[in-house]
Ligand binder design. Sequence first.
Ligand SMILES: [Mg+2]
Length: 254
Amino acid sequence: MNAIIGDVEDCIQATQRAIDVYGCRTIKLKVGLDSETDLQRVHSVAELLGASFPSEQIGIRIDANGRWSLEQATEVLHEMAELPIEYVEQPCRSESELLSLRRRIQIPIAVDESIRIDRLDSVKEFADLAILKVSPLGGIAETTRMAERIGLPVRISSALETSVGLSPSLLAAHELAPDAAAGLGTGALLRTDLVREPVVPLNGRIQVKRVEPDPSILASHAPRADLVSYWRARMEVAFESIAQPTRELVDMEG
Ligand SMILES: [Mg+2]
């Protein structure tokens, strides 16, 4: 399981917590700030992981959310060449930039925002891995179909969702990428959850199981009546857009 560290977080504190509390050996770090800060943060994470685990067991994933230009990405990633980076997620936004970058760097490229439902066949031209999120895709069957159509190794990642949403993602990760660290440690970011035993890593792993929301916790989070109609309306709009054949996959800041 990888722990995720956002770009506003103190990465030293967050990495230490991911190691000490959750036993995570793989860290996913948001990048795309200024290059000096990015480098410093990746170095710090590498150092902390290296102090706790053998080098062959640690991994760093970096996610730029498409914030780098081709030149910026080339420069920063060359400077990171010696660091234990497993892959860089969405370094640039466009397919053409990703294509060019792939010829310039050794670090594997993973994509999520660039995956388009109408262009699944082309993903393997500009990427080495695909990051898929089960909840926005509509479930395990949809995710499996998408993985097959893309034809690349996948990593299953979560949106910011409760244990109820994480549970099917765990099943999908177990099915589609059983030997890889999944990006499903986001339950640790929530203050409250809908179950008595939240789906969070222990010794870097999460047990694959189905969970049901706890009725009493659910009742304590009952939404106001006006919010119910707001969310119903949003879901209707979302459903309409999902029905479009050319929809883009929704990346919920993952
Ligand atoms: Mg991402």
